[in-house]
Each structure stands twice: as structure tokens, then as C-alpha cells.
Design a protein around this ligand. Structure first.
Ligand code: G3I
Length: 344
């Protein structure tokens, strides 16, 4: 009988996993019940899944996940109210069905912006009102920073049509619909990268100064065996903690491949690579433990190597980013995390 991750970290922070509703059954469900306190929807709470067409809300899958969590005493994080991906194209079309971004007439551009913010406001309020008592914390906006784009803001349709107003509208609507209790996060990847971190910091600071209700920063933490450094990951959290914000690790996984590597190792993953992964997971969780006061929770973007987006990104191949293997057995990385002083 192996130790429980959730119990191991009980004095530090909750442990979570992102899942699809289909994983709430069978052996996967048992693994989750044993090891995690938080669940996140890998896909079924994204804008496109919840409101595929204007005014038509689809709650079935999201409800299933919430019900499973409740039955098992787990909490749910909501991912995500706003994103540039997996969002219905209808959001960004005007009354005639024309893409809002193509509009050149100034008055019509203003009208489009109003319409889009109104749609966003409705989306956010409808969801938050339904789930406010079931959700532990909310990813309000996801991946809005892009240092390579103009102003360092991702040149999404949201940004092109509204500037940063969509961010403000989303947070304010969530707070108004959810009340003072709901915890609201801005979530992004690569927050260890200085350019990205600093632009995110600047945005968050500007929003807080305007009274926009942001409670914390979600650091996705999609990393690999080679980088980035643990210091840069924790260093970024320190910056946001200084603003009085909570930090969450929201989408942790550790690819076996460097970011520009396109090889496929297949199913015979070398032992020394699994050991390297274990050592890095050990170092990472040691740093998380040491900084528990500024980390509100650690969520993996999956739970076992049989199900991970990294098996299809950036190419289709075998990856193995988690603490449990395809057979749901504990890997060297699991032991490195639960027993850092051991010989694992
Ligand atoms: O739902 C359709 C299904 O109807 C269709 O038959 C099937 C065929 O490909 O596709 C299904 O949609 C897939 C969807 O996952 C649900 O399984 C999409 O193709 C696929 O692109 C999508 O990938 C998700 C990805 O976000 C989309 O960008 C991954 O599962 C999910 O892990 C990933 O999660 C993101 C976070 O939301 C944000 N941060 C990065 C993270 C990893 O990319």
C-alpha cells in the first residue's frame, strides 16, 4: 500500500488533478480518490463546452465532475471562464454575422465592443451564479500575456476588440455574481520567464490599482526534465506574493523532452531519464514545501501517464509527465516527491 499524495502534503497544500468526466469511473477514479483533494476539468468547463451557442448552456459534463468531487469530499477549481482558445466563434461576430475584428467603422467598433463585453458578462454571471457554492477557486482569464505581441498582451480577439476591458469585466462580473467568498485567479503559462512574469505583474498591478478583484495568480507550470529552473518558478511566485496575492500551481506536468525536441522515445523510456525526472520533481516539491506560505495548492494537469495532452503536443508521441505510469503505478518521481530523503 503506497502513501497518499494528499495526506503526504496535508500540512503544506492541497493536491489536485485535471480530469475528463470519463475518468470519474473505474481504476482512475480510485487513484484520484486516494491521492487528490482538488479536481479541475481538463476541458468541460471551457467557454466552448459550457456555452457552445449563444444562450445555450450545457451543464451535463461539468455537473458530473462537480458531483463526483462532492461524493468524495474533493473541491473543484473552475477552468476557465475566459480563454482565446476553445471559445465559440459566435462571441466575436456582430449582429450580421461578420467578424468583429474586421470592422473598420469607428462607431460600429464601439458597438461591437459593447456587445462582446455584454456577452462576456452574461457568460461569467450565469456560470458563477450556478456554481458559486461548488467551486473552490476560479480561473477567470487564461493566457492573456504574450511578450511577443503588441503591448505584451496576447493579440486575441478579446484583446483586439476590447483592449484589457475584457479582463476587468470578467473579474468584476465574477465578484458581483459570486460575492466576497469566491477566489478569482489570473492564469498563465511560462510565468517563470522574466519578460512574461514582468508583463503579467504590470497588468495585475494596474488592475489591482483600479480595484479589479484579483485574488491570485495561477502558474500553469508545464515544464520539462531540462527546464526552467526551480528558482525561476518560485522566484516568480515571490513577486506576486509581495502584491498580497495567492499563488497556485495549476497545470503541473513534466515532459521528458526538451521544448524543441521532436523525437519519440516510444514505450521504452530509459531508466536514467525517469530518474532525472524524479530528481527534478524532488527538487521542485522541496521548493514548494519550503514556500508553502505563498502556495495555495498544487494541481497536476492529469494524474497518470495514460492520459496527457503531451501525447499529442507538439507532435503525437509517447510522453510520461506524471508521478504515475500508464498502468497507474507509482514511478520513481512519486517516491522522490513523497519521500525526498529516501533512495528512490
Ligand atoms: O471534443 C472533441 C471531439 O469531439 C473530437 O472528436 C476530438 C477529435 O480530435 O477532439 C475533441 O476536442 C479535443 C479536446 O481537447 C477535448 O478532448 C481537441 O481536439 C483538443 O485540441 C483538446 O485539447 C485540449 C487543449 O487544452 C486545447 O487547447 C487538451 O485536452 C487540454 O489538456 C489542454 O489544456 C490546456 C489548458 O486548458 C490551458 N493551458 C494549457 C493546457 C495544455 O494545452
Amino acid at each position: 500500500e503506497i502513501p497518499s499524495l494528499a495526506e503526504t502534503f496535508a500540512g503544506y497544500f492541497p493536491i489536485g488533478a485535471a480530469i475528463e468526466p470519463s475518468q470519474t469511473e473505474g481504476l482512475k477514479a480510485e487513484l484520484l480518490k486516494k491521492h487528490v483533494n482538488w479536481l479541475v476539468a481538463e476541458n468541460v468547463m471551457k467557454p466552448e463546452a459550457i456555452q457552445p451557442m449563444e444562450g445555450s448552456f450545457n451543464w451535463t459534463n461539468a455537473d458530473r465532475l462537480v458531483a463526483f468531487a462532492k461524493e468524495n469530499g474533493m473541491e473543484v477549481r473552475f477552468h476557465t471562464l475566459v480563454w482565446h482558445s476553445q471559445v465559440g466563434a459566435w462571441f466575436f461576430k456582430d449582429a450580421e454575422g461578420k467578424p468583429m475584428v474586421d470592422e473598420t467603422d469607428e462607431a460600429k467598433r464601439e458597438a461591437n465592443k459593447k456587445l462582446l463585453l455584454k456577452r462576456l458578462d452574461t457568460h461569467v454571471r450565469t456560470i458563477v451564479e450556478r456554481y458559486k457554492n461548488d467551486i473552490h477557486s476560479w480561473d477567470v482569464v487564461n493566457e492573456v500575456i504574450e511578450p511577443a505581441d503588441p503591448d505584451g498582451m496576447r493579440a486575441s480577439e478579446w484583446y483586439k476588440i476590447t483592449g484589457t476591458d475584457f479582463i476587468e469585466t470578467a473579474f468584476r462580473a465574477a465578484r458581483e455574481a459570486g460575492g466576497p467568498e469566491v477566489k478569482l485567479y489570473i492564469n498563465d503559462y511560462g510565468t517563470d520567464n522574466p519578460a512574461k512574469r514582468d508583463r503579467l505583474y504590470e497588468l495585475v498591478k494596474e488592475m489591482l490599482d483600479k480595484g479589479v478583484p484579483i485574488d491570485g495568480v495561477g502558474h500553469q507550470t508545464h515544464i520539462d526534465v531540462y527546464g526552467p529552473t526551480v528558482d525561476s518558478i518560485v522566484g516568480s511566485m515571490e513577486k506576486f506574493a509581495e502584491l498580497g496575492l495567492d499563488n497556485l500551481v495549476t497545470e503541473l506536468d513534466m515532459s521528458l523532452y526538451a521544448w524543441n525536441d521532436r523525437r519519440d522515445l516510444g514505450n521504452d523510456i530509459p531508466d536514467d531519464l525517469l530518474q532525472k525526472q524524479a530528481d527534478r520533481y524532488r527538487e521542485l516539491f522541496e521548493a514548494f514545501r519550503a514556500n508553502k506560505d505563498m502556495i495555495g495548492g498544487v494541481v497536476f494537469w492529469g494524474i497518470a501517464d495514460d492520459h496527457t495532452w503531451l501525447n499529442s503536443f507538439p507532435v503525437t508521441r509517447t510522453n510520461a509527465p506524471f508521478l504515475f505510469d500508464k498502468q497507474l503505478h507509482a514511478k520513481p518521481a512519486f517516491w522522490a516527491v513523497v519521500d525526498p530523503a529516501g533512495q528512490a
